[in-house]
Structures are given as structure tokens and as C-alpha cells.
Design a protein around this ligand. Structure first.
Ligand code: SRM
Ligand code: SF4
Length: 576
């Protein structure tokens, strides 16, 4: 990155560290993220790492977790918690080759509890990796040119890109830019190679982190590229979103959207979801300077004292959108042009077979909540491995936790189709519209922040809601439902037509009224309720919808028109 920084408050090494929050001090003193990670990995007394190293390892896509199903029992037995690690791959735009798939599958079987998890930001997570296997895992990824850099931490997270199988040329162009954006924004520290690959430390000519400095970003920073009419990436949920503007199928430039963020913290009214604001248009050749300029504004002005208030959305609301835009333009040296018109139609995936403009075929498979695992009656992981062994195109992970077998020549389709049938991967043909548009975050037992179940519960809840849908003749209607195990919003529940966020075991807030293509936040309808109240509310509202909807009206729009919830107008909600 090449922005010459302003008087850079965050990176000013003379700034007394005691004026910064503890995480800032940790980063600043970490020797560019090295900390004592090597010592922590070598410590055989414990399966955990030092608390400070656990924080630094996030910058390398690695989270220390413990099995919460057995946490209390282990405590009772006075045993250390059952620690293991989650590792998240950096996979811009969710694209990987069959060779990479086979390696990911091997690594999951060897070190990751025989399962892979597709995430809501189009990548793979390994869970339950033991400390002593982390290096083997990361070196295995290196063998197929993958890494876990910046998949977590206060830096630029996984860069998203619409999967768009039908507009092949446009996807190729925008995907290439998303990939470059990820490489451009990723941290530069040599710590990754030293810790995980065993490389010697090398002297650097200039500063080790020319853009980030010693304290990196104030908080995570998310970038995504949407290609209308699909808003599968939920561009308004990104800190920095680019909406592709094409003319005659060729990329012209991007509308720029800033300040999206969906996390909120329980009992903390100062935290809130906010949809990104579109601030203008840039030609495609201005993409990288724009990324640098926007990120540098957040780097220099983001809150470094209070992490709950450190996301870009709060910097924008504090300073004012006009001020942030003017400061970005000042750093860019030119004014953004007025935003160009565009239309989104959905934030879901068009499941099933799609033919691209170049005649290549693509099949979008439904992977419930992104969980890839073999069960006795559904050997899904084996099936996908079998496909990877014969597939000559690519795979694309979608932002809705689904998977595209992409770029299939027509003559190769029958073989792939036969494998799908053999392994039961063709479920997109029979599942309800609600299930196909459902997403759940990981939550229990691995997520340390979960307050309720999500991935392990939503499929059963959907089965019960399907009974209601059948009664009202809505089985095939695409209605989005998203659940998370806490208010952090990892499955983007606040932009679903039906959103559920965990408050306590078995208890959820129920939100209604989100926009079908991600254009509007939903609003809380019921607070802290259990399944009976959720089903009763959905029976009432869905029944009403079935009876009185207008042609083409989506459930989220109806919930507002019928007065169940008020419309969230400013693109954010402050409290419920
Ligand atoms: Fe997330 C933290 C899982 C997408 C907002 N998220 C976590 C952690 C790492 C828990 C932790 O900090 O200890 C979860 C790990 C659980 C586990 O066991 O795997 C976790 N987040 C996920 C994933 C895997 C959910 C999924 O089921 O797919 C997604 C991984 C995406 C990726 O590949 O990078 C995931 N997280 C999101 C999204 C959606 C998005 O980015 O489009 C959001 C909302 C958007 C946003 O950032 O505003 C999101 N995650 C959070 C937050 C709240 C951030 C905030 O501003 O308040 C946290 C907590 C935090 O950062 O303090 C969090
Ligand atoms: Fe964990 Fe909460 Fe994110 Fe779910 S929403 S994965 S429970 S942090």
C-alpha cells in the first residue's frame, strides 16, 4: 500500500502507549505480531497458548477455542479446558481449484476433526486443530498456495466477491481485482513465515509494515465486491464495499459504499448494526488508491481506546459521513463522481444449474450452514472429494455458505451430475425455499462468544417452520432466515427477512422486515423468546402474508406494510 500517511496518530511511535487501549499496547509491543508465539507453541505443559499470543495469532487467522460442551465437566474434574484451535483460510472471492480442495479435505481429515466449514465470507475454517498440529496444517496449505494471513485480527479480512456464475467475463474481471485487493491489503510482517514455516528472520529495507505500522487497524476491516443484480455478499454489510458498474458486459468502475457493519454487543446500546452508505463512483483504475485512502482514514481516526466503538461505522457516525468523504477525497487528490445507477434483486444464491454466457455450466449446491462432514446417511465430504477428483473447473464458496462446482464443460456435466446423485448432493431440487435461504453461524460448541445454539439448531427449527409454510402454501417461496448464537451477527441476521440472534440457551430475539436483497435492516419483533413463541409468531405473520401479499411482494416488505415492525429508515438501528 502506498498512501503517504497523514500525521498518523495510530502509528506515531512517540505517542505514549499508556494512552492507548490494552490491545493497542499489545500490538505495538509485539514486534510486528511475533509476540511470544514460538514459545507458546513449544510449551508442552499446556494445550493452550499465552493469552497475549492468542490475541496475536488472530492476525494469522487462528483462534484459540475450547470445547464448550465439556467445559463444565472438565472444570469439575479440575482439568484444563479442552483447548483446540480454529484456523481460517484466506480465500478471496471464495475461489479454489480441485487440487486445493483435495488438500483442504486431506488436512481436515488429518488435523481438523474430519470436517470443513464454509463461512459467510466465502472461505474454509478448520476446527479442533491441536496446537502441535498448527504448523503442519499451515504448511500443508502453503503447499497449495494458500495461507491464513489476516483471516482474523485488526486488519483487512477475507475480501469477498459475488460468485455470479452466469456473467462469466465480468466475474473473472471483478474476481481478479478482489484477489489483488486481498494481496494488496494483507499485512507484510515476516512473522508469519518465521512462526509457521520456520523461516529465518530477514532484514527489511524499509519499515516492516509500511501501511499498518506497529498498531495495525483499530479493529477488523472488511472489503467486498458486489456484481449487480446479485448482492450475495451483502455489500452494505462491508466496511468498504464496491458495487461493480458494467457497460455491455465489461467492467467500467465501482460505486463506493462505506461504513457497513453488523455486529452489536449484548446490553451495549452504543453498539449497533449499520448499513454502508454509497458515497460516489470511481473508475476501475482508481480502485487501489481508493482502498488505500479509505483504509488510511479509518487507520488514523478509528477509536483506539474502546474496541466496542472502533469499527469504521462508528468513526463515520462520529465524524460525519461528509467529513469522512471529504477526507478520503483529500487523500485521493480527486473528488468521487456521483454514484451510478444499479439494481440488486437478491442476496441469496440461485441454487442448481446455471449456464454462463461462455456456455460453461455451473452447479450451486446447497450446503446446510456450510458444514461439510460425513454422516452415516449423507457422506457429503466423500462426495465432494469424489467430485474434486474428476472436476476440471474450479470451486467457488458462496457468501451464503453454499458451494459452486464452477466451469464445467457440457460434456463433463453427466459425470459430475452422477456423482451428485450418488452422494445425495442434489438437495437443492427438493428443499424448501426457506431452507435454501437459511444461514446459521457456527456458535456452540466452538465459538467462545455463543450465548445459544445456532448451526446445531437452525436445521430443526426450519423443519418446524416448514410445517407452517406447508399449511400456508409457502413451501417454495424464497424467504431468508438467518440465525446467530449471539448478537455479533456473523450470519448477517440483521439483514434477513427473519432474523434470530441468541440471548441465552434456547432464547432468541426475533427480527422481521429485512430487505430481500440486503437493502434494509430488520427490526426486533420479539425479545428473548423460546421456540414456542417463535413458531407462534411466524405462523401468524406468514399466514397473514400468504393471504394478503401483493404480487411479487417479499415477506420482509410485507412485515413492514402490515405493521408488524417499523421500517428501519436510516440504515442503522440504535436500540430495540
Ligand atoms: Fe464473526 C467473532 C465466526 C462472519 C461479526 N466470528 C467471531 C468468532 C471468531 C468468535 C470470537 O471472536 O471468538 C467466531 C468463530 C466461531 C467459530 O467457532 O468458528 C466467528 N464470523 C464467524 C463465521 C465463521 C460465521 C459462519 O458461520 O460462517 C464467519 C467467518 C467469516 C470469514 O470467513 O471471515 C463470520 N462475523 C462474520 C460477519 C459476516 C460478514 O462479515 O459478512 C460478521 C458481521 C459483519 C461485521 O463484521 O460487522 C461478523 N464476528 C463478528 C463480530 C462482531 C464484530 C463487531 O463489529 O461487533 C465478532 C466479535 C468481535 O469481533 O469482537 C465476531
Ligand atoms: Fe459466535 Fe456470535 Fe459469531 Fe455466532 S454470531 S459465530 S455465536 S460470535
Amino acid at each position: 500500500m502506498d498512501v503517504k500517511a497523514e500525521p498518523d496518530r495510530s502509528r506515531d511511535v512517540s505517542q505514549p502507549l499508556d494512552k492507548l487501549g490494552p490491545d493497542e499496547t499489545l500490538k505495538a509491543n509485539s514486534d510486528y505480531l511475533r509476540g511470544t508465539i514460538k514459545q507458546s507453541l513449544a510449551d508442552e505443559i499446556t494445550s493452550a497458548v499465552a493469552a497475549s499470543d492468542a490475541k496475536l495469532m488472530k492476525f494469522f487467522g487462528i483462534y484459540q477455542q475450547d470445547d464448550r460442551d465439556i467445559r463444565d465437566e472438565r472444570r469439575r474434574q479440575k482439568l484444563e479446558a479442552a483447548f483446540s484451535f480454529m484456523a481460517r483460510v484466506r480465500l478471496p472471492g471464495g475461489v479454489c481449484s480441485p487440487g486445493q480442495w483435495l488438500k483442504l479435505d486431506d488436512l481436515a481429515r488429518n488435523y481438523g476433526g474430519d470436517t470443513l466449514r464454509l463461512t459467510t465470507r466465502q472461505t474454509f475454517q478448520f476446527h479442533r486443530v491441536m496446537k502441535h498440529n498448527l504448523r503442519s496444517l499451515l504448511q500443508g496449505l502453503r503447499d497449495v498456495l494458500l495461507d491464513t494471513k489476516a483471516a482474523c485480527g485488526d486488519d483487512t479480512r477475507g475480501v469477498m466477491c459475488t460468485v455470479n456464475p452466469d456473467l462469466s467475463k465480468l466475474h473473472a474481471e471483478v474476481y481478479a481485482l478482489a484477489k489483488r485487493a486481498s494481496d494488496h491489503a494483507v499485512h507484510r510482517t515476516g512473522a508469519y513465515k518465521e512462526i509457521w514455516y520456520g523461516a529465518e528472520r530477514e532484514e527489511t529495507d524499509g519499515p516492516e509494515e509500511p501501511f499498518y505500522g506497529r498498531t495495525y487497524m483499530p479493529r477488523k476491516f472488511k472489503i467486498g465486491f458486489a456484481i449487480p443484480p446479485s448482492n450475495d455478499i451483502d455489500v452494505y454489510g462491508q466496511d468498504l464495499g464496491f458495487i461493480a458498474i458494467a457497460r455491455r458486459g465489461k467492467l467500467k468502475g465501482f460505486n463506493v459504499a462505506i461504513g457497513g457493519g453488523l455486529g452489536r454487543t449484548d446490553q451495549s446500546p452504543k453498539t449497533y448494526p449499520r448499513l454502508a452508505s454509497v458515497i460516489g463512483y470511481i473508475d476501475a483504475d482508481k480502485l487501489f488508491p481508493t482502498i488505500d485512502a479509505v483504509m488510511s482514514v479509518q487507520r488514523d481516526y478509528g477509536d483506539r481506546l474502546d474496541r466496542l466503538h472502533a469499527r469504521f461505522k462508528y468513526t463515520i457516525d462520529e465524524k460525519g459521513l461528509d467529513w469522512i468523504k471529504a477526507e478520503t477525497e483529500r487523500r485521493l487528490g480527486f473528488a468521487l463522481k456521483p454514484a451510478e445507477p444499479y439494481t440488486f434483486t437478491s442476496n441469496g444464491d440461485p441454487l442448481g444449474w446455471v449456464k454462463g454466457e461462455d456456455g460453461r455450466e455451473h452447479c450451486i449446491l446447497f450446503i446446510q450452514n456450510g458444514r461439510i462432514i460425513n454422516t452415516p446417511d449423507f457422506p457429503m465430504m466423500d462426495g465432494l472429494r469424489a467430485i474434486a477428483q474428476v472436476h476440471k473447473g474450479m470451486f467457488r464458496v458462496t457468501p451464503n455458505q453454499n458451494l459452486i462446482i464452477a466451469d464445467i464443460a457440457s460434456e463433463d456435466r453427466p459425470a459430475i451430475e452422477a456423482l451428485m446423485k450418488q452422494y445425495g448432493l442434489d438437495q437443492f431440487e427438493t428443499r424448501s425455499g426457506l431452507r435454501l435461504n437459511s444461514m446459521a453461524c457456527v456458535a456452540l460448541p466452538t465459538c467462545g462468544l455463543a450465548m445459544a445454539e445456532s448451526e446445531r439448531y437452525l436445521p430443526d427449527l426450519v423443519t418446524r417452520i416448514e410445517a407452517i409454510l406447508n399449511t400456508h402454501g409457502l413451501k417454495d417461496d424464497p424467504i431468508t432466515i438467518r440465525m446467530t448464537g449471539c448478537p455479533n451477527g456473523c450470519a448477517r441476521p440483521y439483514i434477513a427477512e427473519i432474523g434470530l440472534t441468541g440471548r441465552a440457551p434456547g432464547k432468541y430475539n426475533l427480527y422481521l422486515g429485512g430487505g430481500f436483497h440486503g437493502e434494509r435492516l430488520n427490526k426486533m419483533y420479539l425479545e428473548n423468546v423460546g421456540e414456542p413463541a417463535i413458531l407462534e409468531a411466524l405462523d401468524k405473520t406468514l399466514g397473514h402474508y400468504a393471504r394478503e401479499r401483493k404480487p411479487g411482494e417479499h415477506f420482509g416488505d410485507f412485515a413492514i406494510r402490515a405493521g408488524y415492525v417499523a421500517e428501519v429508515k436510516e440504515g442503522r438501528f440504535f436500540n430495540d
